[in-house]
Design a protein around this ligand. Structure first.
Ligand code: GLU
Length: 419
């Protein structure tokens, strides 16, 4: 795994292998958990605005359903690969287990560049994806949600398309919808908010004064922007750098998250925000800050740059930002990593609340959602921290121990493995 770009699924398998050794996992359970339960590969012919037909590739990987129907987002990204989707589906399995949701793990993806597509093309692609996979999803089978470059509007198109096949409304087939169509209050910023609760707990443990702290955020999408906004309301402190796919900005005085967003919405990037210095995504990661929040894509902290990371806390709002080799270095250097499937579990947690409210046909207010989310995240953080102390292992290994154990126990109870 020393090649330029590690294969995310090899990373996920290596992490599981590590965990299997730590807990002496039953060999049969391990063999089952190393690979996805089901993969759906589809070709999506799409009528483009210019009248041509383009064929897009789509995937849905249902990794493991021992704990319940599978759950996980759908990405629209030009660099999507089946191995990325496999890894993300595995991480969803561990994520749902870790926060104790009655759900398994899945992930979907379509190889496309939404930034170059019109709204009409995006709508047709979203509907075509559901046309191709609708038989394999449903509120008690597999429930998609937003992820990188997909949003509430896309979720509504997908829900609407699925409902047509059923001949009736089925809001519960997908989460991350807007509140007017069965979405949950508090879903929009749930990933970042969940991360804030874990940072708050980590700071208590490591005596970090978050009011005086400095923060750097890689990525300014749903997770990154909401993290910036919530850092201000939760903790105060200074956000000294943020970035997006085009590059980053640095300001020693601190950035105003909303103004940066307005600039990004106008110019399509955070770069060139007034009174800031340009900084690359790579350099942003190596800044001397108290809290670093990788909030974009996989494999950004690797064996190459891990030794240069100077943050005290690394809060992984992205999925898979750190490779196993880098993990070892960070751990040796005493950096506290709040691992991805703990730190960013707030998104799927409120998705689960959304499913419950859809079934219930009764909707909670934002305060209730926040309280329930706080409880879930705080409990999960401490179960991971306690496990890391008990076994003397890093936080990611500890998160795996908690999550894999639950799935393994349930597999045994269900008779999927014997002994
Ligand atoms: N895509 C988000 C994640 O990676 C949310 C998944 C969901 O809500 O099902 O956790």
């Amino acid at each position: 795994m020393s090649s330029e770009k590690p294969n995310p699924f090899e990373v996920a398998q290596k992490q599981l292998e590590d965990c299997a050794k730590i807990i002496n996992l039953n060999a049969n359970v391990y063999r089952i958990l190393r690979v996805p339960m089901r993969e759906i590969h589809v070709s999506l012919p799409l009528r483009m605005d210019d009248g041509s037909i383009q064929v897009f590739k789509g995937f849905r990987v249902q990794y493991n359903d021992t704990l319940g129907p599978t759950k996980g987002g759908i990405r629209f990204h030009p660099d999507e690969t089946i191995d990325t989707v496999r890894a993300l589906a595995a991480w969803m399995t561990w994520k749902c287990s870790l926060v104790d949701l009655p759900l398994g793990g899945a992930k979907g993806g379509v190889i496309c560049n939404p930034k170059e597509m019109s709204l009409g093309e995006l709508e047709r692609l979203s509907r075509a994806y559901i046309d191709a996979i609708w038989q394999f999803i449903g509120p008690d089978k597999d429930i998609p949600a937003p992820d990188v470059y997909t949003d509430a509007q896309i979720m509504v198109w997908m829900m609407d398309e699925y409902s047509k096949f059923l001949g009736k409304n089925q809001f519960g087939v997908i989460t991350g919808k807007p509140p007017i169509l069965g979405g949950s209050a508090g879903r929009d910023d749930a990933t970042a908010r969940g991360g804030m609760y874990t940072i708050r707990e980590a700071a208590k443990e490591f005596a970090t004064d978050l009011k005086k702290a400095t923060y750097a955020i890689q990525g300014y999408g749903n997770a990154g922007y909401n993290a910036a906004r919530l850092i201000k309301t939760f903790f105060g402190g200074k956000i000294i750098a943020v970035s997006d796919s085009k590059g980053g900005i640095l300001s020693k005085e601190g950035l105003d998250p909303k103004k940066v967003l307005e600039h990004k919405n106008k110019t399509r990037s955070v770069i060139n925000f007034p009174n800031t210095e340009m900084i690359s995504n790579e350099d942003l990661l190596e800044l001397e800050v108290d809290v670093l929040l990788p909030s974009a894509l996989e494999n950004v902290i690797t064996e190459k740059n891990a030794k240069n990371i100077k943050a005290k806390i690394v809060a992984e709002l992205a999925n898979g930002p750190t490779t196993p080799e880098a993990d070892d270095v960070l751990y040796k250097n005493g950096i506290h990593v709040i691992p991805d499937f703990l730190c960013n579990a707030g998104g799927v947690t409120v998705s689960y609340f959304e499913m419950v409210q859809n079934l219930y046909m009764y909707y909670w207010d934002e305060k209730e959602v926040h309280e329930r989310l706080n409880k879930k995240m705080t409990t999960a953080y401490h179960s991971v921290l306690d496990t890391s102390k008990e076994y003397n292992i890093n936080m990611r290994q500890a998160a795996y121990v908690v999550a894999v154990r639950r799935v393994a126990e349930a597999m045994k109870l269900r008779g999927r493995v014997h002994s």
